[in-house]
Ligand binder design. Structure first.
Ligand SMILES: NC(=O)c1ccc[n+]([C@@H]2O[C@H](COP(=O)([O-])OP(=O)(O)OC[C@H]3O[C@@H](n4cnc5c(N)ncnc54)[C@H](OP(=O)(O)O)[C@@H]3O)[C@@H](O)[C@H]2O)c1
Length: 254
């Protein structure tokens, strides 16, 4: 299936590892022009160099998304260099390990507010191009039986999905589609669930059992859905929240 992404200009935050990286790789493979950002220069440079060696049109910039000015300036300068933006994938998250009150502020900044700041900055460009936004949420937004590592993460992801849904209603009239994807546990080498597997094998095994596939997700399985939602092939899909969790959440999804 041709996603018709060839020549489309798409920004992805947090593209040096995990789901963000798999998304950058997938979009490049589809022929899109991709810009991504992360804090760590070395990994970012490696990813970009590898993709360019394969012929991809991709750039990577060191940007910390919690620095609002830097985030907005990255979006503006990329739009100006490219002459427009067709898609935006808001992917970066704060991960979870602590439950103290300061952590709520950190989750608010990274799991909610920076997404909103970035989306507000990118919207004028997407109105011009009739573009698409994909927000990376999580099934943690709708689960109340999470391990006690996670108290602020799920509520912020829930707020993020709600924001995306409302924004889709408002921006539809301007020709901008807004969708979310909500992954279940995804095994990223060196990532959260990799660490859980080493430090809390029973919790990892529970996550495997909860999926009807008997395993965790893979980054590329989430990236494929993100690529579809950024693409013109999903032209009638907006305000969706696509759960990609291998059947982990046991509720009827009407
Ligand atoms: N993995 C899962 O099980 C899972 C499940 C459900 C939902 N999700 C969601 O999927 C998304 C990606 O998760 P992931 O597991 O793939 O993450 P990850 O492996 O931890 O990768 C995160 C990426 O974001 C970058 N990043 C982190 N903080 C940043 C910051 N402040 N500014 C700029 N870049 C930053 C990282 O690079 P640097 O560290 O170099 O900055 C890296 O490229 C998140 O929204 C997460 O909530 C993941």
């Amino acid at each position: 299936m041709d996603l018709q992404l060839r020549g489309k200009s798409i920004l992805v935050t947090g593209g040096s590892r995990g789901i963000g990286r798999a998304t950058v790789e997938r979009l490049c493979a589809e022929g899109a022009r991709v810009a991504t950002c992360a804090r760590g220069q070395e990994t970012l440079d490696e990813v970009v160099a590898g993709l360019r060696a394969g012929g991809a049109d991709v750039i990577g910039n060191v940007v910390d998304v919690t620095d609002g000015d830097a985030l907005e300036s990255w979006i503006e300068s990329t739009a100006s260099n490219w002459g427009g933006i067709d898609g935006f994938v808001s992917n970066v998250s704060a991960r979870v390990y602590r439950t103290d009150l300061e952590r709520w502020q950190e989750n608010f900044e990274i799991d909610l507010f920076q997404h909103i700041r970035a989306i507000e900055a990118v919207l004028p460009h997407l109105r011009s191009s009739q573009g698409s936004i994909v927000i990376v949420s999580s099934i943690a937004a709708m689960m109340s039986q999470l391990p006690d590592l996670d108290r602020a993460y799920g509520p912020m992801k829930a707020a993020l999905a709600s924001y995306g849904s409302q924004l889709a209603q408002i921006e539809g009239a301007n020709g901008v589609r807004v969708n979310s994807v909500s992954p279940g546990p995804v095994h990223v080498d060196g990532g959260f669930w990799d660490e859980v597997g080493q430090q809390q094998p029973k919790l990892y095994a529970l996550a495997e059992r909860l999926s009807v596939m008997g395993r965790l997700g893979r980054p590329e399985e989430i990236a494929a859905a993100i690529a579809f939602l950024t693409s013109p092939l999903s032209s009638y899909t907006t305000a969706a929240n696509l759960h990609i969790d291998g059947g982990t959440v046991k509720s009827v999804r009407y």
